[in-house]
Write a protein that binds this ligand. Structure first.
Ligand SMILES: [Zn+2]
Length: 199
């Protein structure tokens, strides 16, 4: 939003470093919009298709968020289609899903462009992108569950809010034990479900 990242046109003003402003895969100016929404490097499109596969389990329509949607993520409210009734769980899940996916695409870009800068043509594998994104989402789920613990006092998340957030996307909700928020260890095996053909 404030052009804070040292990418794209930032480098065009620095003699000798102009080439850093271009995406090494696409050759275009590497803006945030390019990285998140149009870059052809392996990862971006797959992450959005994985996000879609989870989002559609909420029974709500999907389209890849625009840059404005991403920057204004905190204000998005989903309602029951055709009605004004707010879906708080789905709205919170949207914020989690989009922010985790955006951050993950950014991390992939930094690994490719900075960490592997010396290896021309280096890209992630499809399998590693898929499994790492799933891992990141599972970590987020477990952080949510941990945050319901009473040791956080008034700052603790409400278990009902966490359940509403993840309702429909957890692999086996029947595996959630009664008062699961007091028994987080029981949940280690729970995984999000993503169809194998996603992406
Ligand atoms: Zn690109």
């Amino acid at each position: 939003m404030h052009q804070a990242f040292k990418i794209g046109s930032f480098w065009s003003k620095i003699p000798g470093y102009e080439a850093r402003g271009s995406c090494p895969v696409c050759g275009e100016v590497e803006s945030i919009s390019h990285i998140l929404l149009t870059c052809q490097a392996i990862g971006r499109e797959l992450v959005w298709s994985l996000a879609r596969s989870l989002w559609e389990r909420k029974g709500l329509p999907w389209s890849v968020p625009s840059l404005a949607d991403i920057l204004g993520i905190g204000t998005k409210v989903w309602t029951v289609p055709g009605r004004r009734k707010r879906r708080e769980g789905a709205s919170r899940f949207w914020r989690v899903l989009i922010s985790e996916s955006v951050y993950f695409i950014w991390k992939l870009r930094c690994e490719r462009v900075i960490a592997h800068a010396d290896e021309e043509g280096w890209q992630h594998s499809v399998d590693s992108v898929r499994s790492r994104w799933l891992c990141a989402m599972n970590l987020r789920l477990h952080t949510d569950m941990d945050m319901t613990h009473r040791r956080f006092g008034r700052k603790a998340l409400k278990a009902q809010s966490v359940l509403a957030t993840w309702n429909g996307v957890i692999h086996d909700e029947r595996a959630l034990p009664y008062e699961w928020n007091e028994l987080p260890k029981v949940l280690v095996g729970i995984l999000l479900r993503v169809p194998l053909d996603a992406g």
